[in-house]
Design a protein around this ligand. Sequence first.
Ligand code: SMG
Ligand code: MG
Length: 369
Amino acid sequence: MKIENIELRRVRLPLVSPFRTSFGSVSEREALLVHVTTADSEGWAECAAEAEPLYSSEFLDGCELVIRDHLAPRLNAAGERLTAERVAPALAAVKGHRMSKAALETAILDAQLRTSGVSFGGYLGAVSDLVPAGVSVGIMDSIDRLLAAVEGYLDEGYLRIKLKIEPGWDLAPVRAVRERFGPDVLLQVDANTAYTLADARHLARLDPFDLLLIEQPLAEDDMLGHAALATLIQTPVCLDESIESARDAAAAITFGACSIINVKPSRVGGYLEARRIHDVAAAHGVPVWCGGMLETGIGRAANVALAGLPNFVLPGDTSASSRYYAQDLTKPFVLEDGHLRVPTGPGIGVEVLPDVLHDLTVSSSDIRF
Ligand code: SMG
Ligand code: MG
């Protein structure tokens, strides 16, 4: 495949409501789109980084720079032999920067699959047409507001609720949601690294609430701490930020640092590595689910395809477009009885809406090959 151009396009989408996590609050999603043009096709992807390096060390301006100055030239050097499968090896000399690498690999994979008429789901090995949808509920100003938000999501049909937690917003919101909505609601929490192992006794007080899992309670580099915590609490430990590769997944499982994994293709360098994590986890009997980074329809389409693989046994943070945006960049993903449908068209299987894209664009630049 010969790449002719890589367009980097910054877009800004207002969120339908602010989303607060233990590391801050966002009221709009600024996203970096990667648009690859080849002789006979085009491909789209979305870089999951945010404007500030709070979820991980990557951030949008840094991603643009590293793609332009360090990653694209290496793809250019690969010439016509480049395929999606060869992107990661071509970029391996550059340390880290997985979200930037993932965006490039995904856009190139989209172009490649559009050329051959294969869908992402078909390529990755999806076995489901519909994937169960959960929703991630941010930290709120009051328990009343939280309960109203959760009630709304349950009424819409979401099959699992994830509450963002931090010290001072943990036991009370979990207790309130359990008391109001009962024991049958699939409920889990995500701390985004807000605790330390010294909080183990406090976190054990979540045990009676029968949570599906606690996600990333401790720092991303605290594998040993998570392994210790897992012996001190009954709630299963799930890792998000800590898992950047299939090797990390194998190590975490072997250490007992987690018994469930949140798979985000962006965090791990792309869909090929995400599939390897799925496979490693499956081989160990460890269930996985698909995380989210407030993606637009472009990123969501590929995530939903991945979530169709057989070991994605828990509902993901793959919510409908309306949970995030009044106007998505693609035709909206809608809930069907609590599920999202895996796209079946070539590549990511969705088209970018040109007028919407135009209206929401902040800047764009080309890297010519
Ligand atoms: O895409 O619905 C979504 C967001 C899901 O909670 C979510 N993501 O740690 O899992 C996570 C967070 C990271 C993004 S916070 C802006
Ligand atoms: Mg998380």
